[in-house]
Structure formats: structure tokens, C-alpha cells
Design a protein around this ligand. Sequence first.
Ligand SMILES: Cc1cc2nc3c(=O)[nH]c(=O)nc-3n(C[C@H](O)[C@H](O)[C@H](O)COP(=O)(O)OP(=O)(O)OC[C@H]3O[C@@H](n4cnc5c(N)ncnc54)[C@H](O)[C@@H]3O)c2cc1C
Length: 448
Amino acid sequence: MLEALHERGLLIKNAPHLVKDQAFIIPAYSWWSGPFYSLGMKIYDRMAGKLGLGSSRRVDKDEALKLAPNLSASGLVGGVVYHDGQFDDSRLAINLAQTASELGGTLINYCKITELSKGKSGKVTGVIARDQTTNNSYQISGKAVINATGVFVDDILSLDQKSHVKSVVPSQGIHLVLDAKFLQGSTAIMIPKTSDGRVLFAVPWHDKVILGTTDTLVEHTSLEPVALEEEIAFILETAREYLSKPPKRSDVKSIFAGLRPLAADSSGQGKTKEISRSHKIITSPSKLITVIGGKWTTYRKMAEEIVNNAEVISGLKRVPCKTEQLLVHGGSNRENANSRFEIYGSDSAHIKNLCDQDPSLLERLHPRLPYLNAEVIWGCRHEMAITVEDILARRTRAILLDAKASLEAAPNVARLMAKELNQDENWIDQQISNYSKVIEGYLLPKIT
Ligand SMILES: Cc1cc2nc3c(=O)[nH]c(=O)nc-3n(C[C@H](O)[C@H](O)[C@H](O)COP(=O)(O)OP(=O)(O)OC[C@H]3O[C@@H](n4cnc5c(N)ncnc54)[C@H](O)[C@@H]3O)c2cc1C
């Protein structure tokens, strides 16, 4: 917890264009819960110290309803307001990749590791990677090989040693995306203990609200995990308990599932949802270094520890880590505040220049989405986007904000990309068809 709070503070400093202060309210529905959660949040404030975002405070029923007008008023006695950070996760991933590239790293996209290469002593000396766009395979050598593949770490460990104890237990979490009217304010709601002991959040996100999450241990990993009906029912039922105007299935704009890579115990099992959420670094006899578990928020600290380990294990030159003080790409200023391009930080001026040269780039991709044509062009030219899904799911979050709208926008995105990437009509058709298959997992299934 302390580590995560420290890293959150560093992220606010190093990526100011992507992180914002988010106020949360914990509603109190019994006389004791207000003082109880208030004490808990005071400890949290103390732990955050100078890197905290604001002090927590108790509020009465009237203020609680002012901050979160859609909270159920029946039995409400007040609440506790506290602050946390919210970052734009897809933009952080892209900006970190750009930072690595600017510092001399070589980034490779759409390549799958299919084998590990080893020297005579059995030490891992590199990887064989298959380019998934051409099916060509390449040998890539390295003094150290780091396996940081999230829930897929065991697949890579199997390439190293056929039989090994399972190191990761995937835990699925889902979110439902709704219109902002289901929150009616900028304060998020946090329910610390739902009927089955889980935590539930309703958080403003872009111009929508996300409701989640769940914590379901699953057997199998997948690049596109699918929400389970029981997870959807849990979220909607809990929302009915706490919101005066709760969402119906038909109000859900998009649904998405993710897998948390939790570290398994020594028998390769996960017992409960209380399995450790912190990360673990393991070194195989072949000197393959694997990182398991951890949080997005602590990515920097994890990377620092892994690289320090690699220096010792693989005899690399020792270099002090600089990332505590390193600005993330785009983070040097907050140009074009309050404009659509603010999230691009220092890149926003360049995107604006593109629009000055071609005003059609200021048109929206879809009336129900905030994104502009210019973002497609920028993604192709500067962010290695090569598919419609790259743009609609990973450079922007269109697929998560309104899955149907993003599908309707796909033909326009494909045409803009085709021009930029010099592709033909067949490519456009193929991209639209691929995207319509992906979108199925993001629409709420109808109950028959
Ligand atoms: C519902 C939910 C809520 C969460 N909330 C938070 C939160 O509030 N705060 C927080 O800090 N964290 C949160 N997390 C956790 C966080 O999102 C994860 O810990 C993080 O995404 C894991 O990142 P990763 O890079 O380890 O794995 P991933 O993001 O899964 O990336 C692994 C990558 O490895 C690639 N890969 C796999 N196999 C191969 C191969 N053979 N060759 C090449 N590449 C390969 C995959 O394509 C993928 O890109 C949440 C997670 C979930 C699911």
C-alpha cells in the first residue's frame, strides 16, 4: 500500500497530463460505519504523506447526496470523502513506450515469442519471435531475457522448462460502462463491503461512468476474456441496492473483462481473493527472469527492481535507475488545457498543427464518441497503430466508451487509416470484419 501511494505520487509528477485527482465518497448506512471508515481513511492520508492528494473528511447526509445525487437516500446517514489518483491507462501505456523509444529502446509490435534460444550451458541467450502480420520469424539475442507477460508468464516458462509449477492464478474483473447520468456528479462512489464482501466502485471516466469490479478466479487465460453472466448480475444487483435510479441491462454502453496476474502459492493454486496482489520476481536456472503479479500503479518500481536484478544475474553494467525523476513522453506541459487534445500533453500542439492544415481532421469519429479524425492520423504516424482495433481499443478507448458507436465508426477509421498506410479496399473490408468480431465481447449479451 505504501509503495503504491509513493508510486502514485511519482506518476502525478512525471505524467501530469495523464493523472488527475479523483474524489470518492464512501456512503454510511449505519451509525458506526461513518466513524469506522473515517478512521481508516485518516490512516490512508497519513500513509500518503506529502504525496497525498487531499485530506479525507466526514460529510453528513445532505452533503453526501449533493456530491453523489444518485446515491440511495433511504437509510443514508452520511459518508466519508477521500481522494485517489485516476490515470488514463491506454495513454500511459503508449506514452511509456514512446519514452522508452526516445531513450534508445527498440519497440516491436505484433510479435509473438515462440521459442527461447539457449547457449551450450543452458543459459537463455535470446528469443525467437514471430511477426504476426507476415508470419516471418526472427532470432533476437539479448544478454538478459525478461518475461513480463502478465497472465501469460506460464506460457513462456513452459518454453523454458516443459514441467514447472504454475506461477500465476488469473483473476477476472469486469466493468460496465454507463452514461454519466447514473452518477450525476464528479465524485465517485466506493462501496467497501457489498453483500458478498467485495468492493464496488462507480467512477466518472471520460464522459461516462464505470461500474465494477469483480474478482473471479478463472482456469484459463485469453487475450479477450469474456464477462460471465454471474459477474454482470452481481454488478447490476449491487447497483440496485445503492443507487436511487439504477441502470438496466439496456443502459450498458459497453462491458469489458480483464485478467489480473495474481501470484499463485507454492502449489500453483490460488485459494481466495485475498491472494497477495504484490509482485514477485523469479529467476529460472536458465537465468530467464520472470515477473509475476503487481499493479499498474507500481509498474515503475517493478521495472526498477527487475532491471537491477538483471544487471546482477546477467552481468550487465550497473547503472543507477533514473525513472523516479524522468518525465513520461508528453508530460512536459499541459498544453491546450480543456481541449480534446489535452491528454496528449506536449504532443497536443503537433496534433493541432495537423488540424490547422486539414480542418476535416477536427470532425468527430462518431457523434457519440469524443474522438476526432486527427487522432487516427496521429496514431498511425506516431503511435505504431496498424489496425482499426489498435485505434478504437488501444490508442483511444472508443470500444469501452460505447461499443456500438465504435463499430459504427470503424468504416471511417478504416478509410482514414488506409489512406495513411497505403492500403486498399480489401484491407478496409478485412479490418471492418475483424473489428466486428472483436466487438461481440463488448456488447452485453441478451438474456433469452
Ligand atoms: C478489473 C481489473 C482492475 C484493475 N484495477 C487496477 C487498479 O485500479 N490499479 C492498478 O494498479 N492495477 C489494476 N489492475 C491490475 C493491472 O491492470 C494489471 O496488473 C496489469 O495490467 C498487468 O500488466 P502486465 O503488463 O503485467 O500484463 P498485461 O497487461 O496482460 O500484458 C501482457 C502482455 O504480454 C503479451 N504477451 C503474452 N504472451 C506473449 C508472447 N508469447 N509473446 C509476446 N508477447 C506476449 C500480451 O500480448 C500482453 O500485451 C486491474 C486489473 C483488472 C483486470
